[in-house]
Design a protein around this ligand. Structure first.
Ligand SMILES: NC(=O)c1ccc[n+]([C@@H]2O[C@H](COP(=O)([O-])OP(=O)(O)OC[C@H]3O[C@@H](n4cnc5c(N)ncnc54)[C@H](OP(=O)(O)O)[C@@H]3O)[C@@H](O)[C@H]2O)c1
Length: 241
């Protein structure tokens, strides 16, 4: 018996993707299917919680081609596809542009097309594709040029796929600013990041889970890039109080 109305999340082995998968397992009736690149404790936790995992490296040129037969063997229909997998590399890293393009553009592009029949097969009234982008896309960054350019392409694909797949499937993106620090982030770096927010806090994965819930539940929203940014886009615009 194939899984019906499943939700697929890419890159769910750690941090935000892991928290989102755990949230959806707890809050939704849908089977949770996830991809992971490396075997980590988070992968074991999701498998133990009943999720179905597929090991995929989206930097492999045939990653989606190899994934789809395995996915369709176990999954009969999709309620949602969530593009969370991400590489956050500086431009000085080897092949930074190509590697991040593979993960942020090529894989979502191919997955959206390959998964459309599974989304259309879903009996649920609403079907969703949700991409996790980054609030810095609208501002740029001097050492994350490739990261932000490829996230910008992901946002742009959201507009086109929303038109291509309407009215069957809603297609949206979420553009977060700071969600969680990395353990190795220095106190000075943390303060600098907080200074770039109107709401200076490390909100954690929960706010992203809320944003995903909103998009999954709202029948009238497609083709949007939802800011989840603590007001970061307005810092510098504010007149002295
Ligand atoms: N955390 C934040 O504050 C923040 C802020 C703005 C936007 N975001 C966005 O939110 C999402 C989650 O962020 P995060 O901090 O949880 O990211 P993360 O810790 O870097 O995790 C990204 C996940 O993507 C997977 N991945 C990377 N390259 C891959 C590849 N080639 N093939 C398959 N999977 C691959 C990683 O697999 P491995 O486990 O094997 O490394 C990892 O599990 C990302 O889209 C990110 O851009 C996060």
């Amino acid at each position: 018996m194939k899984l019906k109305q499943a939700i697929v999340i890419t890159g769910a082995g750690q941090r935000i993707g892991l928290a989102l998968a755990q949230h959806l397992i707890q809050q939704r009736p849908h089977p949770i299917v996830f991809t992971y690149r490396s075997l980590k404790p988070g992968v074991e936790q999701l498998l133990a919680a009943g999720a179905v995992g597929f090991q995929v490296d989206f930097n492999h040129p045939d990653a989606v081609k190899h994934l789809m037969p395995k996915l369709t063997e176990q999954v009969g229909s999709l309620r949602a596809l969530i593009h969370n997998a991400s590489l956050w590399w500086p431009d000085s890293a080897p092949d930074a542009l190509q590697k991040q393009f593979d993960v942020h553009v090529r894989a979502p592009y191919e997955l959206n097309q390959a998964c459309l029949p599974l989304l259309q097969a879903c009996q649920s009234e609403q079907k969703d594709i949700i991409s996790i982008s980054d609030a810095r896309v609208s501002q740029g960054h001097p050492s994350k040029i490739a990261y932000l350019a490829t996230k910008a392409a992901l946002e742009n694909m959201t507009l086109s796929f929303a038109q291509a797949f309407a009215p069957d499937v809603k297609v949206n993106a979420i553009a977060p600013a700071l969600l969680t620090f990395h353990p190795q982030d220095s106190a000075a770096y943390r303060q600098a990041r907080l200074d770039r927010l109107l709401l200076p806090m490390e909100p954690g994965a929960q706010v992203l889970c809320h944003a995903v819930d909103y998009l999954l539940d709202n029948p009238y929203t497609t083709g949007t890039i939802l800011p989840l940014d603590g007001g970061s886009r307005l810092v510098g615009q504010r007149l002295d109080k």
